[in-house]
Design a protein around this ligand. Structure first.
Ligand code: UGA
Length: 430
């Protein structure tokens, strides 16, 4: 099948490479010439395990190309997938500017019946708005569908190749058939639904997981008010098959480019349809306030930050990515700098990204070696569960001259071991 992917972010590049690996002729289209040049040379402009190898393989096979030229990319396509960003606008609702702009640009180049699949996360009702817009721009017949994406950064290639399900949102029987055929090699259950249901499913999945994380964070906070240990509570409730173990580790709150945005968009959508008092407002608020709240408590415990060296370990929003969107490091470092701390930051992949995300400050320096970042640090703050951090032997960097704190922001370490090495240990809810 001839397939065009518009937008070469995570979803676009991974989807393009995976569908090319199934023997389709795939074109990746982006208006960003630099990105297209880089991808055309087989270089992925962000860190995502296994993606570059797959990309190179597919480029070599001739099934995958990249371009900025709408004409080339659209005229050959039987299916066009739009995977551009839909960031939150100031009022919290999804900003559809990039999506509309992509559709406006593709419309004049349609010349045969085409299926246009929206992969970007959009609120229910968006296909109707798109339809009205396209009708004004082209007389060529097209079909709209909504096929949301459930891949995670850091495991994007694996997730795309092994989805739990493929959700196809459309109305026309032939469109369902063609989209099923395209997704057949994934060997996953296909769920045919209305477009609005597909869009709600995407928001629901992310909002549910974000709510679950917020829930366990709240329980962890309650555990700190008594003698309970959140890890024991989790061990005690997760064997209940109705509850389970997934997305169940407490911490500094959820981050990344999706959960914060999607929860706030669902809250804004709820308000826009008259559901003023909704769960998602609260989930969003609680997550937004989480880092300053925990940091206030930690401040009391460590006795303030003025001129203290703090090793901040893990700058990306989670392991196996260099993405720092809504990463806990951002608010944490901002808090610490304002309190007068001296930051020694380490990350295995995100140091270059950090330059763009963290304002230059004389008190913030970056280290590519973990042991150097911890040198003379009064506080070690293990923010992200990169294996390079969780597998590190912190007994080797214990400074005998200092009273040292070890803050385990994701409960990844054995408190007994850390204490036995001489640190004051502080986890979450334990
Ligand atoms: C998330 C969803 O998991 C994907 O299914 C979805 O396709 C994607 O958003 C998207 O909408 O594009 P992602 O943002 O890559 O994927 O990351 P996750 O691994 O889900 O983690 C999100 C955040 O939750 C991270 O900050 C993570 O540290 C945090 N988290 C996760 C917790 O704080 N506790 C947990 O138990 C699990």
């Amino acid at each position: 099948m001839h397939l065009t992917l518009i937008g070469t972010g995570f979803v676009g590049v991974v989807t393009a490479a995976v569908f090319a690996s199934f023997g389709n002729e795939v074109v990746g289209l982006d208006i960003d010439q630099k990105k297209v040049d880089s991808l055309s040379k087989g270089v992925v402009p962000f860190f995502e395990p296994d993606l570059e190898a797959l990309l190179l393989e597919q480029q070599k096979s001739g099934h995958l190309t990249f371009t900025t030229d709408y004409h080339t990319a659209i005229t050959s396509a039987e299916v066009i997938m739009v995977a551009v960003g839909t960031p939150s606008a100031a009022d919290g609702q999804a900003d559809l500017t990039y999506l509309f702009s992509a559709l406006d640009s593709l419309a004049p180049h349609l010349h045969k019946e085409t299926i246009i699949v929206i992969k970007s996360t959009v609120p229910p009702g968006t296909l109707e708005v798109i339809d009205l817009r396209l009708q004004r721009l082209t007389k060529v017949p097209y079909h709209l569908a909504s096929v949301p994406e459930f891949l995670r950064e850091g495991t994007a290639v694996w997730d795309t190749l092994h989805p739990d399900r493929v959700v196809l949102g459309a109305t026309n029987f032939d469109v369902f058939e063609k989209l099923e055929l395209l997704h057949q090699p994934l060997n996953a259950p296909m769920i045919r639904v209305k477009a609005a249901s597909a869009q709600m499913a995407k928001y629901s999945a992310n909002a549910y997981l974000a709510t679950r994380i917020t829930f366990i964070n709240q329980i962890a906070d309650l555990c700190e008010k008594n003698d309970a240990d959140i890890e024991e509570v989790i061990a005690a409730i997760s064997p209940d098959q109705r509850i389970g173990k997934h997305y169940w580790y407490p911490g500094f709150g959820y981050g990344g480019s999706c959960f914060p945005k999607d929860v706030s968009e669902l809250a804004a959508y709820s308000r826009s349809v008259g559901e003023e008092n909704n769960l998602f407002n609260n989930v969003h608020e609680l997550n937004t306030r989480r880092i300053p709240k925990i940091m206030d408590q930690i401040t009391q415990e460590v006795g303030g930050w003025k001129d203290k060296k703090v090793a901040v370990l893990g700058l990306s929003f989670k392991p196996n990515t260099n993405d720092m969107r809504e990463a806990p490091a951002l608010k944490t470092i901002e808090y610490l700098v304002a309190a007068g701390a001296v930051i020694q930051a380490y990350d295995p992949q995100a140091l270059e990204t950090a330059i763009h995300f963290i304002p230059d400050h004389p008190n913030v320096s970056y280290f590519s070696r973990l042991d150097e970042a911890t040198k003379d640090a009064s506080v070690i703050l293990a923010l992200i569960e990169w294996p390079q951090i969780t597998d590190f032997d912190f007994s080797t960097v214990k400074n005998d001259l200092l009273e040292q704190w070890f803050i385990d922001a994701r409960n990844q370490f054995d408190p007994k071991k850390i204490k036995a090495w001489g640190y004051n240990y502080r986890g979450i809810g334990r």
